[in-house]
Design a protein around this ligand. Structure first.
Ligand code: 5GP
Length: 119
């Protein structure tokens, strides 16, 4: 597959505000925040979309949610709440083809989370 900008962030070839890192995952602030707190949790393995998650990746994807919760507790917004979502492909609004959990917090978020978008 072609590397994305997230591979460069994993390899520290471009800067990011890193919040957490281990062998499996990396969390960093989103460059274009959509809420007072907005960061991404990504696997180091470059899985392209949700559709490309293999059976062997299930623990990795679960780990992304665990990392999100650890950061939420550490930053003190776990009890107030947050949203953790992944976009998939064009209709889902995915723009970077390396799966990533968006974690949004810091205000009461609206539901549903989308606006209509022209293709
Ligand atoms: P998607 O639209 O694929 O669900 O989300 C991609 C996210 O990656 C967007 O929220 C966008 O702001 C973020 N993003 C794209 N390029 C960069 C970058 O170079 N650095 C950081 N920190 N975030 C990025």
């Amino acid at each position: 597959m072609t590397d994305t900008i997230f591979t460069k962030i994993i390899n520290k070839e471009i800067p990011a505000e890193i919040l957490y890192e281990d062998d499996i995952a990396l969390a960093f602030s989103d460059i274009n925040p959509q809420a007072p707190i907005h960061f991404l949790v990504i696997p180091k393995k470059p899985i392209v979309t949700i559709n490309d998650i293999e059976s062997e990746d299930k623990a990795t994807v679960g780990h992304l949610y665990w990392v999100a919760a650890q950061i939420a507790k550490q930053k003190g917004f776990a009890q107030d709440g947050y949203r953790a979502v992944m976009n998939c492909n064009e209709d889902g609004g995915q723009t970077v083809y390396h799966i990533h959990l968006h974690v949004l917090a810091g205000k009461a978020l609206g539901w549903p989370p989308y606006q209509e978008r022209l293709k």
